[in-house]
Design a protein around this ligand. Structure first.
Ligand code: CCH
Length: 290
């Protein structure tokens, strides 16, 4: 199957920046969500989960069709809690009905990362809503209870290599785990709504202890009250992953550069973009003086 991005003839960069701004303003206004973390983390996770169903072997799933809008996908147990992100974006879609769901979900993640002071994520438009029967089956998103071999093998299906996987996992600087969503509990660090390389610093510098949480799942806890999933901690148990953890812990610019490339690739898995497709680099509210 080929999923060809389609240009919307009368829309230009200005229109997409307008959507960006609408999401960013709402993000700034509704700052009380989830104990004042805000919606940035959950929008980032929604962008990732709506893309992370892609299977490079048969080009099914992925962000193109926006199939997260259908219950089969939004009710995937792996997507618990993401309805908060979808409900946040619903009025944006009402305001800009010409935007496809795939473009909406991925753009939401781009806005979140940029507004939380992360890198500019170059983004291309043109995803097209697919019918409900093209919704991928549940079970394509990763399970947090495993180690490095599982993680490495999982991300092959998304065509992502060791360096890209470690960079992407740095998004766990944002937000937290919620017992009622996934059976894990707590934040990864101190600054849950600022995009930094803190995840890598904490992996290397905290005193981690493997403990059973209230839901009877094993997770790594530190005296400061931070946590790591088994799949996070796997990055310092594997030599190849560890090299990138050290690189990103000591070089935030390199982390930003590699994260931006890998996140763009994640959001574009399975999509063919015509040569004429523009690449947008959106301005943050801050940089527009808004
Ligand atoms: Fe993640 N993530 N993630 N993650 N994730 C969770 C939360 C966030 C895994 C498991 C979990 C990525 C990769 C992985 C975010 C971004 C990314 C949670 C807790 C689990 C469990 C959810 C809850 O309880 O609400 C696993 C396993 C992998 C890979 O092996 C990648 C890649 C990204 C983005 C680039 C973000 C952001 C959150 C915080 C969400 C929130 O609501 O605060």
């Amino acid at each position: 199957i080929v999923h060809m991005a389609q240009e919307i003839k009368d829309k230009s960069e200005k229109d997409y920046q307008e959507v960006y701004n609408a999401i960013a303003v709402k993000l700034r206004e509704e700052d009380e969500f989830d104990g004042y973390i805000g919606y940035g983390p959950v929008l980032t996770r929604l962008a990732w989960h709506s893309s992370g169903t892609w299977d490079k072997n048969n080009n099914t799933g992925g962000s193109f069709g926006g199939t997260y809008q259908f219950q089969k996908e939004s009710n995937d147990p792996s997507n618990k809690g993401l309805h908060n992100g979808a409900e946040f974006l619903a009025p944006i879609h009402k305001q800009f009905p010409w935007l496809s769901h795939g473009d909406l979900y991925t753009l939401g993640g781009v806005v979140a990362i940029q507004e939380l002071q992360g890198p500019v994520i170059p983004w291309r438009p043109g995803r097209v809503d697919l019918p409900e029967d093209m919704t991928p089956d549940n079970g394509r998103l990763p399970d947090a209870v495993y180690g490095a071999d599982y993680v490495r093998n999982f991300f092959k299906r998304l065509d992502l290599n060791d360096q890209e996987v470690v960079a992407l996992m740095g998004a766990h600087c944002l937000g937290r785990t919620h017992l009622q969503n996934t059976g894990f509990d707590g934040p990864w660090g101190a600054a849950s709504n600022t995009f930094t390389n803190e995840f890598f610093l904490n992996l290397l510098n905290e005193n981690w202890k493997l403990e059973k949480n209230e839901a009877k799942n094993m997770q790594w806890n530190s005296p400061k009250g931070y946590m790591m999933l088994p799949t996070d901690h796997a990055l310092i148990e594997d030599d190849k992953y560890m090299a990138y953890v050290k690189l990103y812990a000591t070089n935030n610019d390199k982390f930003f550069e590699d994260f931006a490339k890998a996140f763009k690739k994640l959001l574009e898995g399975g999509i063919t973009f015509p040569q004429s497709t523009p690449t947008y680099r959106f301005e943050t509210l801050d940089s527009q003086g808004l």
